[in-house]
Design a protein around this ligand. Structure first.
Ligand code: ATP
Ligand code: MG
Length: 193
């Protein structure tokens, strides 16, 4: 399987669709948000550092994320493909990922962009705040995360387009999780034919 990069704003469903893709194709899954939250829970040095950024809705510095990512990637079996969820989030991270993969004889694979309107994103994240109690899911921090997304992460969409691997899926068109999944699975299968 080709690697997959799941890309989209906070609350766009990266984790949800990653889990479904993983289940269907038996791929590896790296969620940088989950990795950081586990470090915070275990109160490690990395966790303490990360918490400062996450609570402010800011990104963790690129070099740190890049190092974490390489360790995670090498812990997965080669050849089955890995889903990158929440990484890359900056152009620097994307360039580093491309290089890291090339050094291993691998490629970026395909990028899946989830497009969801901001009203729906806010609604989902506030609902998740009640269900999961994530500290960064409060309205003030969510607004900051949206701003960071627009300024630092969204420009990457074009970067992937230039790489020729961007595939977009819009909530407005698919309308349901099942509809999104059907379209995503079809595209993955086309890419891996
Ligand atoms: P969702 O998971 O609903 O799409 P999200 O994208 O805001 O929401 P996570 O991917 O779990 O959430 O990330 C949570 C926080 O962890 C981010 O706001 C950021 O502070 C930090 N983080 C995660 N991945 C990265 C990364 N690649 N680079 C820098 N910071 C990161
Ligand atoms: Mg997530």
């Amino acid at each position: 399987m080709k690697n997959i990069i799941i890309f989209g704003a906070p609350g766009s469903g990266k984790g949800t669709y990653s889990a479904e893709i993983k289940k269907r194709y038996g791929m590896g899954h790296i969620s940088t948000g989950d990795v950081l939250r586990a470090e915070i829970k275990n109160n490690t040095d990395l966790g303490k550092l990360a918490k400062g950024y996450i609570d402010q809705g800011q990104l963790i510095p690129d070099q740190l994320m890049i190092d974490i990512l390489a360790v995670q990637y090498d812990s997965h079996p080669q050849g089955c493909g890995v889903i990158f969820d929440g990484f890359p989030r900056t152009i620097a991270q994307a360039e580093a990922l491309k290089k890291m993969l090339a050094e291993r004889g691998h490629t970026l694979g395909m990028m899946i962009e989830l497009i969801v309107g901001e009203d729906i994103l806010m609604e989902r994240l506030l609902r998740r705040a009640v269900l999961e109690g994530r500290e960064d899911d409060n309205e003030e921090t969510i607004r900051k995360r949206f701003a960071v997304y627009h300024s630092q992460t969204e420009p990457l969409s074009k970067w992937f387009e230039q790489e020729g691997i961007r595939h977009t899926f819009s909530w407005d068109i698919c309308k349901t999780k099942e509809g999104m999944l059907e379209a995503i699975f079809a595209e993955i299968e086309k890419e891996n034919k």
